[in-house]
Design a protein around this ligand. Structure first.
Ligand SMILES: *[C@@H]1O[C@H](CO)[C@@H](O)[C@H](O)[C@H]1NC(C)=O
Ligand SMILES: *[C@@H]1O[C@H](CO)[C@@H](O)[C@H](O)[C@H]1NC(C)=O
Ligand SMILES: *[C@@H]1O[C@H](CO)[C@@H](O)[C@H](O)[C@H]1NC(C)=O
Ligand SMILES: *[C@@H]1O[C@H](CO)[C@@H](O)[C@H](O)[C@H]1NC(C)=O
Ligand SMILES: *[C@@H]1O[C@H](CO)[C@@H](O)[C@H](O)[C@H]1NC(C)=O
Ligand SMILES: *[C@@H]1O[C@H](CO)[C@@H](O)[C@H](O)[C@H]1NC(C)=O
Ligand SMILES: *[C@@H]1O[C@H](CO)[C@@H](O)[C@H](O)[C@H]1NC(C)=O
Ligand SMILES: *[C@@H]1O[C@H](CO)[C@@H](O)[C@H](O)[C@H]1NC(C)=O
Ligand SMILES: *[C@@H]1O[C@H](CO)[C@@H](O)[C@H](O)[C@H]1NC(C)=O
Ligand SMILES: *[C@@H]1O[C@H](CO)[C@@H](O)[C@H](O)[C@H]1NC(C)=O
Ligand SMILES: *[C@@H]1O[C@H](CO)[C@@H](O)[C@H](O)[C@H]1NC(C)=O
Length: 414
């Protein structure tokens, strides 16, 4: 990793560009008279900053220059445009705070492909958007992580405790009040989207695609974030379609089609002692097709107590799903069917109106902690064909491996 050419865009990009200069006079005069009402958006096309759409040239310098001019040096509202064509780029950071008026837009209509030399990445991200209030990332373009070239280097299968993760395609860190919409993420090296330390971000109309057997290619991983909304997207990948990490609050997910993949999972949680509680997750109107899991909550045994509370999965359709409804507090343990002693506490958890088919004989599998029994687990209006029909089963305290419901009409509450 010594030769990494990571470029952090924290400073001003000191590039002179005659095209920008040309319209500057008019704009300054306008903003002199209309300092607040001037909402014209100025376009910073990466090709005007030297980007070459030949699919080979590394464009990181051109992307940096365009972002710098837009975010740090524009007095009018700015848009960075990655137009039609195929652009290669190594590790790239778009960092704020921006001095241009909000929002700042990044529009992609072309395809961006990741550099496939692992030594080019000093940290596990390909594109990072950081410290931005009011980002709009949009367009029908594609971020292609070139996963097939990178997956052989994946070192992070579940059993490994120490590993160097491959880069996520799109990392959002300390991004607030922002919108990500329309884009396609193809074959990420690791996570497609990674949202961390963010607040009030909506992600919609995304197309997230990687093969069902690709390693750790979670569609959207969210952690340490508040008020994130994910909706109206199609996610087919090799790991969780959406994975919800620690310290996530007030997350809303709806109208997602997931498959192939491992479902929409809260967790895994508690692998590391610094992981804090998850509070407030609502997943509605989603369809799972040919996934290994559907609605899942998974915690490790853990060492530091924390909670998962106020979770609702409702109006969910399962098609050929292996494990439609899962609470697994023995995650990562070889004794996966044994009672758990997890220090994590689950409460106020609702699985409602879940219909469809499974390809196993287990519809609902709840393995709660014996040390901290789950409280207020509601499993209501479940119809998973031969694997289980349950209605309005309210489980007030659930503490062992018994409630694995399969092929039963009226399973005993635990
Ligand atoms: C920044 O703006 C100034 C004046 O508006 C312009 O002369 C200069 O070229 C710009 N620099 C960049 C990097 O865009
Ligand atoms: C600029 O403001 C006008 C009037 O408020 C509005 O109609 C227009 O949509 C705005 N344009 C942009 C790009 O925000
Ligand atoms: C985002 O919001 C957090 C508080 O939620 C704040 O600490 C941080 O400075 C904000 N970041 C930006 C770039 O505005
Ligand atoms: C969330 O961000 C959007 C812009 O994307 C903004 O319009 C809205 O007011 C923000 N909501 C809150 C509660 O700040
Ligand atoms: C998603 O993107 C992939 C790859 O570009 C494409 O093959 C597929 O048709 C797209 N799916 C949708 C639903 O747009
Ligand atoms: C289900 O997903 C697996 C793994 O991705 C794949 O091999 C299989 O072809 C898929 N089956 C159907 C019916 O789509
Ligand atoms: C659900 O998401 C799909 C895209 O996957 C979109 O075409 C459709 O309009 C959305 N439905 C609703 C009700 O928003
Ligand atoms: C987010 O969740 C926390 C705890 O669940 C709550 O106290 C807070 O008011 C919520 N914020 C919003 C904006 O909903
Ligand atoms: C539960 O979480 C939702 C967001 O998912 C939030 O709107 C609601 O206020 C929360 N309820 C409580 C009691 O915290
Ligand atoms: C879910 O779908 C139903 C109709 O199937 C609709 O009435 C409801 O508004 C949708 N809810 C969300 C959050 O999309
Ligand atoms: C569960 O009960 C509701 C009404 O309480 C009913 O509409 C639904 O069909 C029932 N579901 C099953 C699977 O029996």
């Amino acid at each position: 990793m010594a030769t990494a050419r990571v470029i952090f865009f924290l400073g001003f990009a000191l590039l002179s560009c005659s095209l920008i200069g040309a319209s500057r006079g008019l704009e300054n005069r306008r903003s002199l008279f209309l300092p607040i009402l001037n909402n014209d958006t100025k376009v910073f096309d990466v090709t005007k900053f030297g980007a070459v759409a030949d699919g080979e040239t590394d464009n990181v310098d051109a992307f940096r220059a365009a972002w710098g001019a837009a975010c740090k040096n524009s007095t009018s509202r700015a848009k960075v445009l990655i137009p039609e064509g195929t652009y290669r780029t190594a590790q790239t950071m778009f960092a704020g705070p921006c001095s241009s008026p909000k929002p700042i837009t990044v529009e992609i209509t072309g395809t961006v492909k990741a550099n496939t030399d692992p030594s080019e990445y000093v940290s596990p991200e390909w594109f990072t958007f950081q410290d931005i209030d009011g980002l709009v990332l949009t367009g029908r373009g594609v971020f292609d992580g070139e996963g097939p070239a990178m997956w052989p280097f994946n070192d992070c299968r579940q059993t490994k405790s120490d590993c160097a993760p491959l880069p996520s395609s799109l990392k959002f860190y300390k991004v607030n009040n922002s919108v990500v919409t329309g884009i396609t993420s193809l074959n990420s090296m690791q996570f497609h989207f990674h949202v961390h330390g963010c607040s009030n971000v909506s992600l919609s109309k995304l197309n997230i695609t990687a093969p069902g057997n690709s390693p750790n290619t979670d569609g959207i991983h969210i952690s340490s974030s508040d008020m994130i909304k994910v909706f109206s997207s199609v996610i087919g990948t090799g790991d969780d379609c959406i994975s919800i990490g620690h310290s996530t609050t007030n997350l809303t997910v709806y109208n997602i089609t997931c498959g192939p993949g491992h479902g929409i999972s809260i967790g895994s949680l508690g692998k590391r002692p610094e992981e804090r509680s998850v509070n407030g997750v609502t997943v509605t109107n989603c369809t799972f097709v040919n996934t290994t899991n559907g609605a899942r909550i998974k915690t490790w045994i853990g060492t530091v107590a924390a909670e998962v509370k106020n979770v609702t999965y409702e109006d969910i359709i399962m098609k050929d799903v292996q494990n439609p409804v899962v609470i697994d507090q023995n995650y990562g343990s070889r004794l996966s069917r044994e009672p758990s002693t997890s220090v994590w506490k689950l409460s106020d958890i609702h699985f409602r109106k879940i219909k469809g088919t499974t390809v196993s004989n287990i519809g609902v599998s709840l393995q709660c902690s014996t040390r901290n029994p789950c409280e207020g687990v509601e499993v209501a209006d479940i119809d998973l064909g031969y694997a289980g029909r349950l209605n309005t089963t309210f489980i007030s305290s659930c503490s062992n491996a018994k409630p694995i419901f399969g092929g039963m009409l009226n399973p005993p509450p635990c």
